[in-house]
Ligand binder design. Structure first.
Ligand code: ADP
Length: 488
């Protein structure tokens, strides 16, 4: 066992303790006993200090030419690449995902750095004719100011990168408040930003509890924007508070993503998609496949294939090379998954495989839940409507393509979606009619690549799209500018 990392706040270019004495710890969810990190429990006073530092730095950072700001982010990408394996190991230990997935998490951060660095030379505005004589009219992008970035534990490197990198290239300064479960990942990531030489106060890190440090940031009068990824419940608080305090807010919350498999689909391909979509990251992704909508002609065959594949999945610590499915991140999430299994049984769903906390051998030392398939699910059941955030997939049978799309859309959420079919007419109809931010044809309900917009419709988000060129819309304001050249 390695010595726990001692995580402090990073404010104005310095590593600081919080004003209070209290510290908290993160533990390896595969064994519950290994303390991966201790971290400071910041209070409103610490948030005040961080916001003041970010505000002070903003005045000069916004005047640094965008291509020069972007060069820092390019450098972050280079250093991230050098530390990829070390960070991946840390992600696996701290939140449990298998190493191959953890490497993907870091790679997303690297991709985001190199993509966003290019945006520094592409923050285009427009010129437009003026109706008045001797005037040039144009639009320019302006930074927003001090941005609070509140992030979850499921992608502890990728999501902070998605938010911080475009925010910084656009000329904002940022304060990251990472999830309580992954303070070590956030600390190591910020060390990399520090190594890239960003000026003091441009990027700051405040550890702590959501209801304390996170809330203080959201309510702070000197924060201009909040970008939040997390649960719908917390997102509702963040959105309402930002409305009341007149802040720009970008919310990315829950999902209840569905994969449709039609009778003409390539079933092997659809099986790969379903297993990766439902059980990747132990189902703890906002894009996880939690409903499988199956045409009745292939349902029995596909269910057998899925059962067989699921029965072979190996649970274990993310750091073990043979692990397919890692632990659930913490006790609270494990209990939530168990609760939904009880609800499923009460509602009349049939547990085909799994359904229990895994306790064989060393699994009993961690927060493991068996990969679970629920059959006989109807669209009105709670397990077909509410986000479970665990390795549980519900099977729903349909008789037609129209019925499949209607059930897919019958959700309060609209993040990712997928249809497996060989029929090009169905493929294009699905692209047009599915109410979601992301649609895959013959691919799983995962997220989009970093250069494409990421986000959802309905209660998944509030209309913003982080990642891709649309991230620049989140982190800038437009200004209209006139130049009068009629004087002598
Ligand atoms: P989860 O239930 O998966 O932990 P949350 O939405 O509670 O998801 O957490 C996502 C992020 O929001 C975390 O960084 C957490 O600390 C933060 N957070 C939780 N509650 C609040 C709050 N009241 N105000 C601001 N941030 C919060």
């Amino acid at each position: 066992m390695t010595t726990p990392l001692s995580c402090r706040n990073y404010i104005d270019g310095r590593w600081l303790s919080a004003v209070g004495e209290a510290t908290l710890e993160s533990r390896n969810p595969a064994d519950k006993t290994e303390v991966v990190a201790t971290f400071v429990r910041s209070q409103a006073k610490d948030v005040d200090i961080a916001v003041a530092a970010a505000r002070k730095a903003y005045h000069s950072w916004r005047k640094v030419p965008a291509p020069a700001r972007a060069e820092y982010i390019f450098r972050v990408g280079e250093i991230l690449l050098q530390h990829k394996e070390e960070l991946a190991q840390l992600i696996s230990r701290e939140m449990g995902k298998p190493l191959t997935e953890a490497r993907g998490d870091v790679q997303e951060g690297i991709d985001c750095a190199f993509y966003t660095a290019g945006e520094g030379r592409r923050l285009f505005g427009q010129t437009t004719p003026s109706e008045m004589s001797n005037k040039f009219a144009m639009t320019v992008r302006m930074p927003i100011g001090v941005c609070a970035l509140i992030t979850p534990w499921n992608f502890p490197v990728a999501i902070p990168c998605w938010k911080a990198m475009p925010a910084l290239v656009c000329g904002n300064t940022v304060i990251l408040k990472p999830a309580e479960d992954t303070p070590a990942c956030a600390t190591k990531l910020i060390e990399i930003f520090q190594q890239a030489g960003l000026p003091p106060g441009v990027i700051n890190l405040v550890h702590g509890v959501g209801e304390e440090a996170g809330k203080a940031l959201v309510e702070h009068p000197n924060v201009d924007l909040v970008s939040f990824t997390g649960s719908s419940e917390t997102g509702a608080f963040v959105g309402a508070t930002c409305g009341r305090t007149h802040k720009r807010v970008c919310l990315e919350m829950g999902g209840k993503n569905a994969q449709v498999v039609m009778e003409d689909a390539d079933l092997e391909l659809a099986l790969d998609g379903a297993v990766w979509g439902a059980f990747g990251t132990t189902g703890q992704r906002c894009t996880a496949t939690s409903r499988l909508i199956l045409h009745r002609d292939i349902k029995e065959k596909f269910t057998t294939m899925l059962y067989e594949r699921t029965s072979k999945l190996r649970l274990g610590a993310g750091t073990e090379p043979n692990t397919d499915i890692g632990p659930i991140v913490n006790e609270k999430q494990l209990q939530q998954v168990s609760k939904y299994l009880n609800i499923a049984r009460e509602e009349g769903a049939k547990v085909l495989i799994g359904g229990e906390i895994a306790s064989e051998g060393s699994l009993k030392n961690g927060y493991f839940f068996q990969p679970t398939i629920l059959d006989n699910v109807t669209p009105d059941m709670r397990v077909a409507r509410e986000e479970i955030f665990g390795p549980v997939v519900a099977l729903i049978e349909v008789s037609s393509f129209e019925e499949a799309i209607a059930i897919l859309n019958d959700s309060n959420y609209g993040l990712s979606s997928s249809v497996y079919t060989r029929d090009i007419n169905r493929a294009f109809t699905a692209m047009r009619d599915i109410e979601a931010g992301i649609t895959y044809i013959n691919g799983p309900t995962i997220g989009a690549e970093v250069h494409l917009p990421f986000g959802g419709v309905k209660q998944t988000g509030n209309g913003h799209r982080e990642a891709g060129t649309t991230a620049m819309d989140v982190f800038t304001e437009w200004k209209s500018v006139y130049v009068d050249f009629s004087g002598s």
